[in-house]
Design a protein around this ligand. Structure first.
Ligand code: ZN
Length: 212
């Protein structure tokens, strides 16, 4: 099974503190914890590469695309969004992480602005599992916590999902639908909220289990 991890890869190069958390970029951190699955053929792609690192050819054989972006959504070319959307409709899986809620591809697939409320204050996040029987939630306790995260709050302006797998609670009192499943065409989409670049979220074992 071939998967591609796409990362904007800007924060990790520009900011010394973030570089310490993800010295090789968020994409390579995700690649590392997925690498012990020998069934996966894992490729990475980044914004600065030719055609944003994604071509019709590379996507044709891709089963799941993982997407992390934040400050340069507008720099992703519309032709890249077109070919990713086409592959999702054909049946490719898409995992959109954290600030990818505002990516061109996610907004295109949702058809809404995907706005939310947010606050960066290093708060504790508690993720409650809504459907322990779903394969994505396998081996998780009823909830798990991240000591420091950015808060995302409702209203999250997305269409009603086919299923909500996680609901987050934040120290400030907000809650958020943080794990959402959608089907578009033949493709499955999973939006998963945690993953602010300034915190070591992708080093967390439970977060890794969910993405796996
Ligand atoms: Zn963030």
């Amino acid at each position: 099974t071939k998967i591609i991890i796409w990362n904007e890869n800007i924060h990790e190069r520009e900011n010394e503190e973030i570089k310490k958390i993800y010295p090789n970029g968020i994409h390579n951190c995700i690649k590392d914890f997925l690498s012990n699955d020998s069934n996966l053929q894992i490729e990475t792609a980044t914004l600065d590469q030719d055609q944003n690192g994604l071509t019709t050819e590379s996507l044709k054989s891709c089963s799941v695309l993982i997407w992390w972006g934040h400050k340069a959504h507008g720099k992703v070319s519309d032709s890249t969004v077109d070919i990713v959307q086409r592959r999702v409709l054909e049946g490719m899986g898409l995992i959109v992480l954290h600030s990818g809620h505002h990516s061109k591809i996610f907004k295109r697939l949702m058809g809404t602005n995907c706005n939310l409320t947010w606050r960066e204050y290093g708060e504790k996040e508690r993720l409650w599992i809504c459907n322990p029987a779903h394969p994505i939630c396998e081996d998780l306790d009823p909830y798990f916590e991240l000591e420091m995260e950015e808060m995302y709050g409702e209203p999250f302006q997305v269409p009603s999902p086919d299923e909500t797998l996680f609901t987050s609670w934040f120290e400030g009192g907000e809650t958020f639908r943080s794990g959402l499943l959608y089907k578009r065409g033949n493709g499955q989409i999973f939006y998963f909220r945690p993953g602010h670049e300034a915190y070591p979220t992708y080093h967390n074992k439970n977060i890794q289990k969910v993405i796996k």
